[in-house]
Design a protein around this ligand. Structure first.
Ligand SMILES: [Ca+2]
Ligand SMILES: [Ca+2]
Ligand SMILES: [Ca+2]
Length: 453
């Protein structure tokens, strides 16, 4: 009903002459760029009524005529949205509309059709505009130098290249990260990379404790903007900042109060500021419940700890041993100390026993005969004597594996153990301690891989 009324009103206002009447005109300016799939591109649209009477029922639309799809939300047109009844635009009035659209899967340059319709427009030739959004093509190279800035001048100097580090690249269009190893002069190179709206470069196995600084997100749009990267690495904070952490006892009961001492020292010749402790990062849930305020200026909330060159400081705090610790047999605390920006932060931890409870523990030992990194049906280590060792020396419990490599330890004190096999087998390097916990915290069946010793 409303639409009909507007159209009638428009007709009543339109003079008889063909050259006289509403006349909408659209102009479009597209944001410049080398566009990639997934990019959001802006279009500045102006709609002017250059006729001599009011335009009624005006609405606009924008869509890709060909090439890479361009998706936009019609609500961005405001009252010109084709989901409404149309806008009223007076003679001489100009509207500015900012549209944004997202480019879909690559299909060449995107030709976008922008059209503004108005009832009884006297000249429709200026109601349509087309803009072509150029899509980037080709492949990219990412290359550069990783250097340890030993002389601190912020740029590569002779002899500062870091050899043998792994450069890892990942971006849109790569399914897993690509790896390149830095050569004797610290250089690395990736070529033939797919264009990518967002890509990342990071380093692993950097020699000498050097900490690489973030390259940040890269946009690979074929310009070759990342072919001569200079990736700076700095010394780790742990070169000058040292941390020790101790508990006042080696054994507690649940509900006891444990006292923690953290000693920090600065062996460097510069002051350290903004220091703070981050404790319980592992969050194993049985650690001492130490409140952050006890660390004073070194608390995670305040982050105002300072250490002068050569200074040593001793911080103390205390916290209750939580009930859960009785079930896991272990409590303790772990704290990293950080300045909020440097890499290579020191970390220290101390653990204590919480004896009393006992639990059964069942699992399987296996050898990866077929080399697929998984335990298969025929890979159990049969008829072996296995032992739970405490603190690397005290044998606590023995069991014998069955034909499939399964062993059950009965009524073992809860806690942390090393699992050993009599004979010529040793744990695979990836396996740490075995935790024996009482229900409800028992971790079910374990499995541990062994290799020939
Ligand atoms: Ca027109
Ligand atoms: Ca340098
Ligand atoms: Ca296997």
């Amino acid at each position: 009903m409303l639409t009909a009324a507007l159209v009638v009103a428009g007709m009543a206002a339109t003079p008889a002459s063909a050259a006289s009447g509403p006349n909408l005109k659209v102009t479009v300016t597209a944001q410049q760029g080398r566009w990639l799939s997934g990019d959001t591109v802006g279009l500045d649209v102006t709609v002017s009524n250059i006729g001599d009477s009011v335009a009624f029922g005006a609405f606009g639309t924008a869509y890709s005529e060909s090439g890479t799809p361009f998706w936009n939300d019609r609500n961005q047109w405001g009252d010109l949205s084709d989901g409404g009844t149309g806008a009223t635009i007076a003679q001489g009035e100009t509207r500015s509309i900012h549209l944004t659209g997202q480019l879909g899967t690559f299909d060449g340059d995107s030709v976008v059709h922008i059209e503004v319709y108005g009832a009884q427009d006297v000249d429709y030739s200026d109601n349509v505009q087309r803009v072509t959004l150029p899509l980037a093509r080709g492949t990219e190279q990412v290359a550069g130098l990783l250097y340890g800035d030993a002389n601190g001048d912020g740029k590569p100097s002779p002899g500062e290249g870091l050899a043998g580090a792994e450069a890892h690249f990942i971006g849109v269009g790569t399914t897993s990260d690509l790896v390149a190893v830095t050569d004797a002069t610290g250089h690395f190179s990736f070529s033939g990379l797919p264009l990518s709206r967002i890509a990342y470069l990071s380093f692993q196995k950097v020699p000498g404790g050097w900490v690489d600084q973030s390259v940040g997100a890269m946009r690979l749009d074929g310009r070759g903007a990342y072919t001569a990267l200079e990736v700076r690495a700095v010394r780790p904070l742990s070169d000058v900042l040292h941390e020790a952490l101790t508990l006042d006892k080696t054994s507690y009961a649940a509900g006891d109060t444990g006292k923690v001492t953290v000693t920090l020292s600065n062996s460097g010749d510069q002051p350290l500021t903004g220091l703070f402790l981050s404790c319980d990062a592992g969050g194993f849930g049985a650690e001492l419940t130490v409140t952050d305020d006890q660390w004073g200026a070194f608390g995670n909330q305040r982050r105002e700890g300072t250490l002068a060159a050569g200074q040593r400081i001793v911080l103390t705090a205390q916290g209750k041993v939580p009930a859960k610790a009785a079930y896991t047999g272990t409590t303790g605390l772990d704290c990293a100390v950080n300045d909020g920006h440097s890499g290579g932060t020191p970390y220290a931890a101390a653990y204590a026993k919480v004896p009393g409870m006992r639990a059964d523990s069942k699992g399987r030992i296996w050898v990866d005969k077929n080399g697929n990194n998984q335990p298969d049906a025929d890979e159990g280590l049969a008829n072996q004597t296995v032992v739970l060792v405490e603190d690397g020396k005290l044998a606590r419990s023995f069991a014998k594996t069955d034909a499939n490599g399964f062993a059950s330890f009965k009524n073992v004190p809860v806690g942390s153990y090393q699992l050993r096999v009599f004979g010529s087998w040793k744990p695979a390097p990836s396996y740490g301690d075995l935790q024996v916990a009482a229900p409800p915290y028992g971790s079910g069946e374990w499995q541990e891989q062994f290799v020939a010793g």
